[in-house]
Design a protein around this ligand. Structure first.
Ligand code: FPP
Length: 246
C-alpha cells in the first residue's frame, strides 16, 4: 500500500450546508440556523488562520439561492451586511485578506459598497486569504472567463491559440491563490452543487453528515486528517508519487 503523503492543506473550500435542518431539529426558525452558521464561520475562519492555512473559500450564497423564500433571502442579506460591518476590523487586525467572488451587481448598493470596502481595507494583508462566494456559480465563473478571453481575442491582444489551461486559470476567479487542496461539504449531501467547477479538478473531496452549525474545530481536524491520509497522484502512478520508480 502506498503511504499517505499530504500535510496541511494550503487551500480549503467549504459548502456550508445544513443550517435549516439544524434549526428545524431544535424547533427554531431557519433564521436561527443561519445565525448559528454565521457563528460557526467565525470559528472556522479563526481555526484556519491559527493552523496556518493559506486560503479559505466559503460558499455563502449561490446563484440558485435567489429561489428561496423572499424573507429568507432578505435575512441572509441582512446577516451578510451586519456580519461584514461587525467582523471586518477584527479580520483586518488578524491579517486576513478578504475578497468576494460572484456576480455582485445583483446585490443592494449598500452591500456592494460594504464588500468593496472590506476588500480595499484588507487588500495588503498577507495572512489567511478569505474568499466568500456570493451569487456565485461555477458555470458562471467559467463563462465569465471565456467572455474575458474572447474579448481579448476580439481586441487583438491575444490569439485563440494563446488560450491555454494556464491562461484560463488566470481568467477565472481565485486566480491569486492555489487551487483548493481540500473541499468540505457539511450537511450530508454528496454533490458539488455548481461550486468552483474549474478549480476542483484535483481537489480531495470530503463529505460529512455534520450540519454546518455543528462543524467545530474538531470536525475541521477530522477533515484535515482525512486529507493527510490521501495520496494525491495528479494522474501519475502511486509508485511515481512515492519515488519508488521513475
Ligand atoms: C445552506 O444551508 C446555507 C446557506 C445557503 C447560507 C450560508 C450562510 C452562512 C452560514 C452564513 C455565513 C455568512 C458569511 C458572511 C460567510 P441550508 O439553508 O441550505 O440548510 P438546509 O439544507 O438544512 O436547509
Amino acid at each position: 500500500m502506498n503511504p499517505p503523503c499530504n500535510t496541511t492543506p494550503k487551500h480549503i473550500a467549504i459548502i456550508m450546508d445544513g443550517n435549516g435542518r439544524w434549526a428545524k431539529k431544535r424547533g427554531l426558525p431557519r433564521a436561527a440556523g443561519h445565525q448559528a452558521g454565521f457563528r460557526t464561520t467565525r470559528d472556522i475562519v479563526e481555526a484556519c488562520a491559527r493552523r496556518g492555512i493559506k486560503a479559505l473559500t466559503l460558499f455563502a450564497f449561490s446563484s440558485e439561492n435567489w429561489a428561496r423564500p423572499e424573507q429568507e433571502v432578505g435575512l441572509l442579506m441582512d446577516l451578510f451586511l451586519r456580519g461584514l460591518k461587525s467582523e471586518v476590523s477584527k479580520l483586518h487586525d488578524n491579517g486576513v485578506c478578504i475578497n468576494f467572488i460572484g456576480e455582485r451587481s445583483a446585490f443592494s448598493e449598500k452591500l456592494q459598497n460594504e464588500m468593496s470596502s472590506a476588500e480595499s481595507i484588507t487588500v495588503e494583508n498577507t495572512g489567511l486569504h478569505l474568499s466568500v462566494a456570493v451569487n456565485y456559480g461555477g458555470r458562471w465563473d467559467i463563462v465569465n472567463a471565456a467572455r474575458k478571453l474572447a474579448l481579448q481575442v476580439q481586441q487583438g491582444t491575444i490569439q485563440p491559440n494563446d488560450i491555454t489551461i494556464d491562461s484560463f486559470s488566470s481568467a477565472v476567479t481565485l486566480s491569486k491563490v492555489t487551487e483548493p487542496d481540500l473541499f468540505i461539504r457539511t450537511g450530508g449531501e454528496k454533490r458539488i452543487s455548481n461550486y468552483l467547477l474549474w478549480h476542483l479538478a484535483y481537489t480531495e473531496l470530503y463529505f460529512t453528515d455534520v450540519l454546518y452549525p455543528d462543524f467545530s474545530d474538531a470536525e475541521l481536524e477530522n477533515a484535515i486528517t482525512f486529507f493527510a491520509g490521501r495520496q494525491r497522484r495528479f494522474g501519475k502512478t502511486g509508485d511515481q508519487v512515492t519515488g519508488k520508480h521513475a
